[in-house]
Design a protein around this ligand. Structure first.
Ligand code: UDP
Length: 329
């Protein structure tokens, strides 16, 4: 009998790569998404597979999946700072109510659940790099608070289900990740810079560009997540690439890679934008025997090729139509 896994956020960037991976590993995959930020284009290639099915469902309201489930990967959530600003209530709901519904489903199905947490639980960190035992420095009422606090609540309720109900749970703290199928216009730094390069626009660096991030290629991340799910470790594990770079240097890297004849312009730093971010990955190394293998130069080339392969009209599209009905005017 094939193992059966439910993947929420299946039409999103990470969710769709997880669908690919689990199908490759011989699982029966049930994808679920409400398509606010996800896009069916990311999973259309899976429709012919008899081992793949898809439900258009908002997990914040109610989740029902007929039949047995062995595993759940909860990846439904807006995940870019621009998205949290546009759809803050949905962001809070999917991390809290959505997670509660999925934990209930896991309990009913006797399934193991892995929840997608984030480096945002560390906020604007005062400890660097960030180990899992750092509790974070988060502004609950700032614009990023809707994501950060939802994800912190998600971790709390997941541990409560583990401790109180004995549910098998896993928590991945995911750091910045990039690769094919990122949304071109989601406001995140990598699609922003590549989009600007391809349109011949100036690069917008926020603040003075000295803030750092550490970017992990999506295949490395998926490998880490897969290993974590199959491990026996219930506490949070950082999954990310510790190769840290300032945003200004990152812009220069992408200018060199694309050969763009553009300059950098500086804009205001968004509220509560973390100044430094780099995962401490000792736990992932020792517990999962995992570390990233794909360096930035290789990962960025693949990602650039992906963006170049899109319909040129997509480069000028501002946002998904699905967003419109949720945005307050
Ligand atoms: N950023 C930037 N220009 C952009 C978009 C983002 O300089 O057009 C910066 C942003 O201020 C942050 C970093 O790039 O310091 C990463 O931003 P992103 O939105 O990708 O994700 P975050 O890591 O902040 O969640």
């Amino acid at each position: 009998m094939k193992k059966r896994v439910l993947i929420t956020g299946a039409a999103g960037f990470l969710g769709s790569h997880l669908c690919d991976r689990f199908l490759k590993e011989g699982f029966n995959v049930v994808g679920m998404d409400n398509l606010i930020t996800g896009d069916l284009k990311n999973i259309e290639h899976l429709y012919p597979s008899e081992n793949f099915s898809f439900y258009n469902c908002d997990v914040s309201n109610f989740v029902h999946v007929p039949g047995e489930l062995d595993y759940i990967m909860h990846f439904a959530s807006p995940a870019s700072p621009i998205d949290y600003l546009k759809i803050p209530i949905q962001t809070l709901k999917v991390g809290s109510l959505g997670t509660h519904n999925l934990l209930g489903l896991a309990k009913a199905k006797k399934a193991r659940i892995l929840v997608a947490s984030t480096s945002e639980v560390y906020g604007d960190p005062e400890v660097h790099p960030q180990p899992e035992d750092y509790w974070g420095h988060v502004n609950p009422i700032g614009p990023r608070g809707v994501y950060d606090e939802a994800k912190r609540f998600q971790e709390a309720i997941t541990m409560a289900y583990h401790r109180f109900h004995g549910l098998e749970t896993r928590i991945a703290r995911i750091f910045n990740t990039y690769g094919p199928r990122m949304r071109l216009n989601d406001g995140r730094v990598l699609p922003a810079f590549i989009g600007q390069a391809l349109r011949g626009e100036d690069f917008t660096v926020f603040g003075d560009g000295s803030q750092t991030r550490s970017f992990c290629y999506v295949d490395d991340l998926v490998e880490g997540l897969y290993r974590l799910l199959l491990s026996d470790y219930p506490e949070p594990v950082n999954i990310g690439n510790p190769d840290e770079i300032s945003i200004k240097d990152f812009a220069e890297e992408i200018i060199n890679l694309t050969g763009a004849k553009t300059k950098i312009i500086y804009k205001d730093l968004p509220h509560d934008d973390p100044k430094k971010r780099r995962p401490e990955i000792g736990k992932a190394k020792s517990i999962l025997s995992w570390e990233p293998k794909i360096d930035r130069s290789e990962g960025l080339k693949i990602t650039l090729d992906y963006f170049k392969s899109l319909n040129p009209d997509d480069l000028y599209k501002k946002e998904h139509k699905q967003f419109d009905k949720y945005i307050k005017r």
